[in-house]
Design a protein around this ligand. Structure first.
Ligand code: FNR
Length: 397
């Protein structure tokens, strides 16, 4: 892998214009174990490669001689205006990739006008993001064994102005991310190792702000649950003890009763599961394989989008994540019935590379790519992106 050899000065230093450019910058900036934690997928990374290559295999139709003097990428996501059909996916520990990472990302999302999603296992707590921004953000939750604590988190989310809860259902247990094992991050108390590795492996310019010894510390939303804030092992032990592999749809029915806002069920691939989510009270679903970090060799998420969007009613908002790397990919997802996409690694790379400003630049690129593609497809509004804009010969029509 070109991790070390890729340090030559290149055009990417001047103007990054793709997710791959930001990825390369992030690779140089972050310690390897941290870059791999973000970049990697489960097991042999078969699905990781497929998530992006499936998008690349899809083809659009070029349509000409239409008035495209006005192209509008804006849309409504759960009733809120967004500048384009995209939200930042929940990413755990994002505060490790840049100083107060979640705050920087939430600010960038607000500047561009798209929703930010705060992860259960974020470094910056909900309240900190609330104070730093004025636009409502989304909150992501895993099913924790401690149901009372779930109740507390939901109250905190409501007080922080969150209107949409993304509830992630594809992590009954963590997938096997082999790069993390290889780097000593997993397989025996990784936070202890992590903090040692971090001290050894700090790269120039990388701001370690998670709370290793002698530095400010934070356990984000879970801070109250960890007795000793110096002890990252205690944090990891708490998180590990909280994953609930017994969770079933009846827990979603329960959750529905606890949460008054919009409920977005994240992490399903099959039409039957999407129907079950809607029966349990979901307002929306995210077709997702968790960015290929859970079950390796599962299909690429885009290949499942069409059957899921056909299975749920028109009033259920369908989102897609996994492998979205450009504005053109957004157009493709919408053509298969998505209301919007979530992006995970792209925003993390941009933020790790260049902070809030880098993320604003990346999101602006996505929007420009989407608008340009729409004009060249002869489409003025995102609501006009449907199966008719896809070329017949493309892989998943
Ligand atoms: C994630 N993802 C994730 N999802 C979630 O619901 N809660 C979480 O805490 C996390 N944490 C997390 C960490 C890292 C480093 C990554 C890369 C991903 C999954 C994420 O929300 C999303 O589903 C995928 O990242 C989408 O795939 P792409 O855009 O990364 O290809």
């Amino acid at each position: 892998r070109p991790l070390q050899r890729d340090n030559a000065v290149s055009v990417y230093d001047v103007v990054p214009v793709t997710v791959a450019d930001y990825r390369r910058l992030a690779m140089r900036r972050l310690p390897r174990f941290l870059f791999d934690y973000i970049d990697g997928g489960a097991n042999d990374e078969i699905t990781l490669a497929a998530n992006t290559s499936a998008f690349r295999a899809l083809r659009l139709k070029q349509r000409v001689m239409r008035d495209v003097s006005s192209v509008d990428t804006s849309t409504l996501l759960f009733g809120r205006q967004a500048s384009m059909p995209l939200a930042l996916a929940p990413v755990g520990m994002a505060g490790m990739f840049a100083r107060r990472g979640e705050v920087q990302a939430a600010r960038a999302a607000q500047r561009v006008g798209v929703p930010f999603t705060s992860s259960t296992v974020g470094i910056c707590p909900l309240e900190e993001i609330r104070v730093a921004t004025s636009q409502p953000f989304w909150f992501q939750l895993y099913m924790l064994r401690d149901r009372d604590f779930i109740g507390e988190l939901l109250e905190r989310a409501e007080r922080a102005g969150c209107e949409t809860l993304a509830f992630t259902i594809d992590l009954p247990l963590p997938g096997l991310r082999l790069r993390d094992f290889r780097n000593g991050m997993l397989g025996g108390g990784w936070p202890g190792k992590l903090s040692r590795l971090a001290q050894l492996a700090i790269s120039p310019g990388w701001a370690w702000d998670v709370g290793i010894r002698g530095r400010p510390h934070s356990f984000g939303n879970l801070a109250d649950k960890v007795a000793n804030p110096e002890d990252l092992d205690a944090y990891k032990a708490f998180v590990d003890s909280q994953f609930d592999p017994r969770c079933t749809w009846k827990d979603i029915h329960w959750l529905r009763e606890q949460w008054r806002g919009k409920l977005l069920i994240k992490g399903l691939m099959e039409a039957d599961d999407a129907r079950a989510a809607v029966d349990a009270g979901a307002d929306g679903v995210v077709v997702s394989n968790h960015g290929a970090r859970q079950l390796d060799a599962v299909a690429p998420s885009i290949s499942k989008l069409r059957s899921v969007s056909e299975a749920v009613g028109a009033d259920v908002e369908v989102y897609l994540d996994g492998g979205v790397r450009s504005g053109i990919d957004i157009a493709k997802a919408l053509a298969f019935g998505a209301r919007g996409v979530l992006v995970g690694r792209p925003w993390v790379f941009a933020m790790a590379a260049r902070g809030e400003q880098g993320l604003v630049e990346l999101l602006d690129l996505f929007q420009r790519e989407l608008a340009t593609a729409m004009a060249l497809m002869g489409v003025n509004r995102v609501s006009d992106l449907n199966a008719a804009v896809m070329d017949q010969g493309c892989a998943y029509v």
